[in-house]
Structure formats: structure tokens, C-alpha cells
Design a protein around this ligand. Sequence first.
Ligand SMILES: Cc1ncc(COP(=O)(O)O)c(C=O)c1O
Length: 468
Amino acid sequence: MNDQAIFQRLLALVEQYHARRKDGKFLEYLEPQALARELQLEQEAPGDWQQLFHWIEKYLQHSVKTGHPGFLNRMWSGANLPSIMGEIITAVTNTSACTYEAAPVSTLMEHYMLEQMLKLVGFEDGEGQMTTGSSSGNMIAMLAARNQAVDGIKEQGLSGMPPLVAFVSADAHYSLDKAANILGLGTDNLVKVPVDEHGRLRPDALTRLLAEQKAMGRQPFFVCATLGTTVRGAYDPLPPLLELRGEYGFWLHGDGAWGGAALLDEELRQRYLRGVEQLDSFTWDFHKMPGSNLMCNLLLFNHHKGTLRCACSAGEHSYLFREEHEDAELDTGTASLQCGRRVDSLKWFLDWKYFGRQGLGQRIRHYLSLAEYAEDRIVQHPDLEMTVPRESFNVCFRYLPPAGMDANDFNLKLRHCLFEEGVSLVGVAYIGDRLTLRLLITHPDFTTADVDHFLQSVVDMGKRLANG
Ligand SMILES: Cc1ncc(COP(=O)(O)O)c(C=O)c1O
């Protein structure tokens, strides 16, 4: 096959997959062994385009259709078409976004987009970068805070330094624990602050813990406010945390991986993110609610120009970055933890230009109104209950099994049966010791009819299981 024939066949498959992404089941499920037999991974294929196309067809056939309305498991559904266009071009041009000379267009797009986001959040004299996801964003923010807290810590390491301690809510994302591990703080030095009945960090508890840790000779250097928790969708209250920062001088970071999307609408910003412009840093994933392809993350620093570069750079790298270049200032790689950097800016730029803040803001409001609707339906249904009241975009609920049956086991089984039958894939988590189904609506075409259909499928499956 020549290149032209290959591209034609490939693009036809892509187009066909995209057109049918909402049809039928969301997955043709096979047990791992059966799938392995189907895929014939051991098969050799030197020079064999037909075999490569065979694998591509199998890949498409057995992949989870994340653009299907039954895919409710994660914080995204499918991807925006402008973003998909960007990804195709990114693959075909295949460069590394670390220097202007190797990636001139993507460099300018990344800088442009970060400037837009700094303005949107309200950070003055700030800087930013795209990272590999909010897990990295959280870690880099903690790294910068650590380096700023103690002189010489970047060069000399932690030994012999004052013991550092960081704080997050008990419902914060596990990436903060990972960051504490990777950065050498130790996970025990990430203090988990109790949450209130809404799942928000309790400022009174933080006040007490800060004083306790200080009295023990430790240095509180970093507090992370979760702005949209992973399970409950709770927003930690920023004004009291900002006040505590004034007293203790820690770095205040906002993890808006999920809930940062509220910035796209002024009313939602006022409702959920009051004070965000005063944070020291903020991270947010455009690959979640806004719908850009994975990964599309931004990390922003406020009033700290040069800190990002200082935190992330180390070692001799003149083979790559040379200051005598006129455009050296633009080299995004010098402020990154990576050497090679994937181009993530093109898809982001195209999405932003096509939908704009207004279009994306409307989308986020739509998701919120569907979450409100879902909660309403659940509260009214005799076989369903909200596990906890809704805070924002997350709907935590479960099926009420007949008396005598364990609700946790029952709901876990129910969820698995929905998955195996290709009906839906919905999230699951524990809140305390209660297992909850976590409905997240992130599909732009989702309607109230889809919500009804999904809840009915849960009820139908629940009844089937209850009747053995
Ligand atoms: C609150 C929160 N923070 C951080 C993350 C990690 O984001 P990423 O998957 O982009 O690393 C998540 C992911 O679900 C999250 O919900």
C-alpha cells in the first residue's frame, strides 16, 4: 500500500468510528483471555499493512466508546472535534514542545493560551505551563513551595533542613500523597484536614493543625485547596484559607483539576471559586469537563515570575537550550520536569477558538443543570437514594437493595453487571464506609432523557439482581 492509500483507509476508519460512537453498546466486552486470543498479539507483521489495519479495526471494535452516553465513569466523555483535529496534526508533525526552534507554532500557541488563562483566573505578573496532568501540576506546585520555603533545599536536599509539613483535606486527590512521596517529604508529613458534612476542608480544623504542627517544631509550607473534590465535587472555602496564609505564610495552591471548569462561567465562578485570583498557584484539566483530548493540563503561578523555571530546571542542558538564542526565553522546556514534551497546545488552542469561553461556559452550566435534574429524580425514586447531598457536578447515589442485603456488595455487583452487559460504565467510590455510585455528566450531547434512561437502567438491573 502507498501512503495515500494508507491515509485514505485510516481516515475512513476514523470517520466511521466517530460517526458511530454513540450507537449500540458502549463496549463489546471480552474477558482478558478471550480478548488476547482475538488480538493475536504474538503475530508477526513485518511490512504487512493489512495486518496493521486488522489490529486497528480490533482496537476500535473492543475499545470503550468514551463518547457513548453510557460512558459515565470518568471526568470526560469522548473529545471535542477541533481537539481531535489538533491531535491528528500533532501526530503527523510529531515534534517536541521544548524549544521554539523545534516547535515554533506550538510554543506560541502554548504561551498565548497560558496568557489567556492567567487573565481568566486573574493572576497578575504570573506564568504557567502545560504539564502531563493535574497530578504533575499539584506536584510541581508543591515543589516550588518547598524550594521557596527553605533556602538551599533545592541544592542540598531535605536532610538537615527544618521538617516541612503540608496540608490537604481528607477528601483531596491521591496525587498529593504521591507528591509528598516523590518530593521526599514523606507521606506522613502530608496532614489530612477533616472535612465538614459537605466534604469541604474545615478551616477551624486547619487552624488547630497548623498550630499543633508548628508547636512540634515543623514548618507548614504548603496548603492545597481542592476546588471540586474527586468523589463529592466539594469546593474548599478559599477566603478563610487566604486569611490563614496571611498568618502562617504558606504557599496556597488550588487543585481545580475537575472543578476549575467553573471559571468558564461568571456566576459559577462567584458561587464556587471566590478568591481564586489570590492563590499562589492553580491547576486545571481541560481534558476533563471542557472536553479537550487527554492530556490537556495547565499549571499557573501568581506573582512568581521565574519560580517555575527555578523549581524545575537542573543540570547542564546546553545541547538543547542555549541562552544566546534570540528566542531562548520562549523555550518552554526549561521550565518543565520533562526533556521531550508532547505537543498539547494545538488541540487546546483549536478548542478555545472554536467554542470560546462562552460556549464552554454554557456547556458547564448544562452539566450542572443535568446534575441537579439527576439528583431530583433520584430523591423522588423509591428504589434510589442520594448517598450524600450534591455539592456541584457530582451525583453520588445508590440503589436501595431489599432488607437483609448488603448495600455495598449489592451496588458493586449492580455496577459490574451494567458494565459487562455494555449498558453503562459508572464510577464507584467509598464515602466513609458507604459505597456510592458516582454519576458525572460530561457529555456535551447529554439530555434529561439520557439521565432518565441511565437511572432506569440502574433500577431495572437492581430489580433483576434483587429477584435473583
Ligand atoms: C481533584 C483532582 N485532582 C487531581 C487529579 C489528577 O488529575 P490528572 O489525571 O490530570 O493527573 C484528579 C483526577 O481525577 C482530581 O479529581
